[in-house]
Design a protein around this ligand. Sequence first.
Ligand code: SF4
Ligand code: SF4
Length: 427
Amino acid sequence: MSASFERGINAFKEQIDAPVAAFFSSCVRCGLCAEACLFYTETGDPERTPINKLEPMRRIWQQEYSFWGKLASSLGLSRPVTDADLTEWETLVYDSCTLCGRCSMVCPVGNDIAYMIRKMREGMAASGHAPEGLIGATRRAVTIGSPMGVKLPALQAQIRHTEKDLGYSIPVDVEGVDYLLLLSSMEIMNFPEFISAIARIFKHAGVTWTISSEAFEATNSGIQIGVSEIAAELVERIVAAAAKLKVKYVISPECGHAYMAIRWEGPNLIGRPYDFKVVHILELLDELRAAGRLKTSGKETQRLTYHDPCQISRRGGVVQQPRNLMHEIAADFVEMPETGTMNWCCGAGGGVSSNERADEIRLKVFNRKKKQLDQIHPDAIISACSNCRIHLEDGLEEYEMDIPVLSLTETIAEHLLDREQNEGQEP
Ligand code: SF4
Ligand code: SF4
C-alpha cells in the first residue's frame, strides 16, 4: 500500500462523521437524486448518479463502521477499496460534480449528498487523486494568493484604469471603513468593470469601503479540491486583513463558491467565529435599496432572466434579494422554468472550470441550461457569479445561442439615479 493511498484511506475514515454515517445507513436507493443531477440527466450514464459518486466512501463506511460490513470484511467476503478504484472515481468526484447541491434538495430522507462529496474530496486529494488543473490552482492560491496567479500589480493596474475612467480614487488599505471588498481573480482579469460598478454604487449610497492589498482574493481552492488545512489558511488571510483594517463587514463579490467558503464554511474551518459579518454583495445592494440609499432610474425593456449561482441561492440562501434587484431594473423579468433554490447549475462550479479535463463534460451538461432557456427565450441573462458568467458564455457559444450574459451589480450601476451628479463628490 503506497503512503499516499494509506493517507487517503485514513482521510476517508476521518471524514466519516455521524452525519455521513447516518446518510449512508438511511439511503434507500430510490434514485431521486439522479434525476436532480445534470451530470446524470444530460448523459444518461448511471456512473454519474450522485450516490454512485460516493461509492468508495460508502464501502469504507460499511467495512469499517457497520456490523455486517465488518463481519463480511473479516471473512474476506467484501473487496476493500483499492487505489485503482480511486483512480476510476476521480473523474466522477471532480469532473462530474459541481457541488451544486441540487441532489440534496430532493432526497426524501434528507441526505446532503453535496456535503458528502465535499468530504469525499478530502480523501481523494489526500490519496493523490485530484485533477492537475485544480492542484495547480490550489498551489497558486497558496503561493501567489490567487488561483489564477493574479498578483497585486495586476490588481493595481486595473484599479488605475478604473480611477482614470471614473475620475476619483478607489480606496485601498483604508483603515476604519465599514466594508472590506473581496474580489475574485476572474473579476479582476475578466470583468474589471465590476470594480467600477462597486465604486459608483458605493459613492452613490455613501458606503465606506476598501480593498486590501494583502488579501483581495475571495475564492478558496482549498474547499474545491478538498484540503481543509489549505482552505482554513486562505480564510485566515482574509480574517487577518479584516482585523488589520478594522472593518465591520466583509463583502463576498459576484462569485458563488467564494460566498459559501467565507460565509458558511469559514468559521468552522478556522474553529472560531469572526469579529466581522460577511455579506454577499447582492445582500448589501438589496439592503441599500430597502433603506432608500440605492436609487435607480429607468428599466431595461429587453426580456431578462436570472441565473441563480448554486452557492449563492441554493446553498447560500440569497434568493429573494436578486429578485428584488431584478425588479428594480427590469421591466420584463422572466424566471427560468425551475428557479431559485431549484435552478439548474451552469455546470462549471465546484472546481470543474479549473479542471481542463472536464471541458467536454461541462459543455455537454450545459444542455440542461439550454433546455431552460429554450422555454423562455430571454434577450439577456443576468447572473451574480463570474465563473457562471464565463461558462454561460462558453455554453451559449457552443450551442450557438446568441444571448448576452450580464452582471447584476454592473447592471444596477448602469441605472443609478443622478449618477453624474453623485460622481462629482469624493466617497
Ligand atoms: S452536487 Fe450537483 S453536480 Fe454534484 S452530484 Fe449533486 S446534483 Fe450532481
Ligand atoms: S435521493 Fe437520497 S435516498 Fe434516494 S438514492 Fe439519493 S441519497 Fe439515497
